[in-house]
Design a protein around this ligand. Structure first.
Ligand code: ACO
Length: 334
């Protein structure tokens, strides 16, 4: 028994923060941002909404693609580092928004930018156990609420969005052929939000120090990200027994155009096999991979039988890879 992907969905806010907008807010330039990162704009969630609202819309799209209803769902997992609140979980709120009548389990998973691939392993294992039939796995983030618009190194990078897949258990091999999950907390200081939780509860002091915002050591992360993403792709290929030439699509967590290019070059994958939406989305953390999967599916870029390697890297430090055999049909009229 293992899981197949029956539907995908995504939700990106309509409101955009462009590089030109940032030029008016900060000492930065469109040229600096595009050359260093490849990002041109990011989506910003409306002020009266939160992560669970985008997550619900992405989930509903995945259900619609699968021809399923909320009552068909037995399990909800949301990968996020920007939940609506510390508790209840964002997954609980999605369950409420979808008006699921039964008390199915729902919970959040925090593995930062690698959260969607960690979630795939968790959901695949739970479905294979036979206890659940269908699960929603969602990556959803509202990072524009956790970046400091006085910190030009960090704020240009991040945006908001959500992506979802509906997985169903089936006899046989399934779509998730291998996963590789890694963490090295020895470098946990390199990306963090220091204040606002149990270690440093919000106080006038933490707010003055702007501890509620994301901090990053970008130069070190850049090098570590390239090495880790290449290695985890290779480890995942070895597990599944594919050569890199066998892979139809390499999906790399959308953090930085130069990181994407470096990973693809080191692995020897041509750019036409490396989809990207980074220029429009910025880094959307755990939402990055499921949003890109959904966009590729809806654009008929994926075909049934395609071999996909997806890799991610982020705070923790965490990194992860998965090998997927895509089985969803091409959308009608594509
Ligand atoms: N606009 C203008 N200038 C900026 C900005 C900005 N938004 N942010 C930083 N700078 C300045 C710095 O203050 C520094 O100025 P200084 O030299 O006067 O001190 C300079 O730009 C540093 O940038 P570079 O000249 O490119 O330095 P370097 O070649 O060492 O590169 C780095 C550093 C971190 C690789 C940077 O260029 C870069 O690519 N930034 C984007 C970081 C990124 O995408 N990180 C992703 C991390 S991995 C992950 O998220 C999974």
């Amino acid at each position: 028994m293992s899981a197949v992907i029956r539907g995908t969905g995504s939700s990106l806010p309509e409101s955009k923060l462009t590089n030109a907008d940032l030029e008016r807010m900060l000492d930065t330039s469109d040229e600096w941002i595009v050359v260093r990162t490849g990002i041109r704009e990011r989506c910003v969630l409306e002020a009266d909404q939160a992560t669970s609202d985008m997550a619900t819309r992405a989930a509903q799209q995945a259900l619609d693609m699968a021809g399923a209803t909320p009552d068909d769902v037995d399990l909800i997992v949301v990968a996020t580092i920007s939940p609506d609140m510390l508790t209840p979980s964002t997954a609980n709120l999605v369950q409420r928004n979808l008006r699921i009548g039964r008390p199915i389990p729902s919970f959040d998973l925090n593995a930062a930018f690698s959260g969607f691939i960690y979630g795939l392993e968790v959901v695949n294992t739970l479905l294979a156990s036979g206890s659940y039939r269908r699960a929603l796995l969602i990556g959803a983030e509202t990072l524009t609420r956790f970046v400091d618009y006085q910190d030009r190194q960090v704020c240009v990078l991040f945006g908001d969005g959500a992506g979802a897949v509906l997985l169903e258990v089936e006899e046989g091999e399934g779509d998730v052929l291998a996963t590789t999950l890694k963490a090295d907390p020895g470098s946990s200081d390199l990306i963090r939000i220091p204040g606002g939780a149990a270690a440093r509860p919000a106080s006038p002091y933490t707010l003055t120090q702007r501890e509620q915002f994301l901090r990053m050591e970008e130069r070190q992360l850049f090098k570590l990200a390239v090495q880790a993403l290449e290695q985890v792709a290779q480890d995942t290929l070895d597990k599944v027994g594919w050569r890199i030439e066998d892979v139809d699509h390499l999906i790399v967590h959308q953090a930085n155009r130069r990181i994407l290019n470096a990973v693809a070059d080191r692995l020897g994958v041509p750019s036409e096999k490396v989809p990207t939406n980074l220029a429009r989305t910025g880094n959307i953390s755990a939402a990055s991979i499921p949003v890109l999967l959904d966009e590729c599916q809806r654009a008929a870029r994926f075909r049934p039988g395609d071999r996909i390697i997806a890799v991610a890297f982020g705070s923790g430090l965490t990194w992860a890879g998965c090998a997927l055999r895509w089985s969803l049909d091409v959308p009608p009229f594509a």
